[in-house]
Design a protein around this ligand. Sequence first.
Ligand SMILES: Cc1cc2nc3c(=O)[nH]c(=O)nc-3n(C[C@H](O)[C@H](O)[C@H](O)COP(=O)(O)O)c2cc1C
Length: 196
Amino acid sequence: MTLADFASRTADTSVPLLPALAERWSPRAFDATTPIDEDTLRAALEAARWSPSAANSQPWRFIVARRGSEAFDTIVANLQGFNQAWAGSAGALVVAVAETVDAEGKERRWATYDLGQAVAHLTIQAHHDGLHAHQMGGFDAEGLRAAFELDEGFVPVSVTALGTLGSADALPDVLREREAAPRTRRPLEDVVVVNA
Ligand SMILES: Cc1cc2nc3c(=O)[nH]c(=O)nc-3n(C[C@H](O)[C@H](O)[C@H](O)COP(=O)(O)O)c2cc1C
């Protein structure tokens, strides 16, 4: 992918946004030769740690696996095929796990909301620091729960690929086309349903 292609991924926003918000996008072309930058990975996880949560319950856990580790291969093995096709080139894979019940066994109603917000902070910090992030829902949650011996009440919700942008040439045809497809969103007027 050329620098011009990369620039074209920037969101066409109706008003200016923070650069990391406008420029973040979800690539599938990761550079399989560059190891994850440890300081940047730590900063991304730190951003997740400092995100807000209901009653400061912090109902998140992260399984962090660098490419080349056994844990990384285990996560890749539990991805659905359309994600296995590209995510193995990422520098690290992060399984986001929600703690859905508290110590008394009571449901944590906001657990997945809080976890998603933590991952959002993670991706924005990562992008600001020069990493790309791509979240995935296409994976075998029960497979990951068994592999990492997660207790009941801990639910794998997403897997995020983190890494350095690579060449799209290595991707299968259909994914290479998606890599360059325009990024679109519904108009703001359609999603703000009341604007009194
Ligand atoms: C919860 C969630 C699940 C997703 N699952 C997948 C997935 O399994 N495979 C994939 O390639 N992309 C997946 N995505 C990425 C979205 O398709 C992507 O964020 C969306 O198309 C918008 O593109 P952008 O992030 O480049 O703006 C997922 C994103 C989220 C937030």
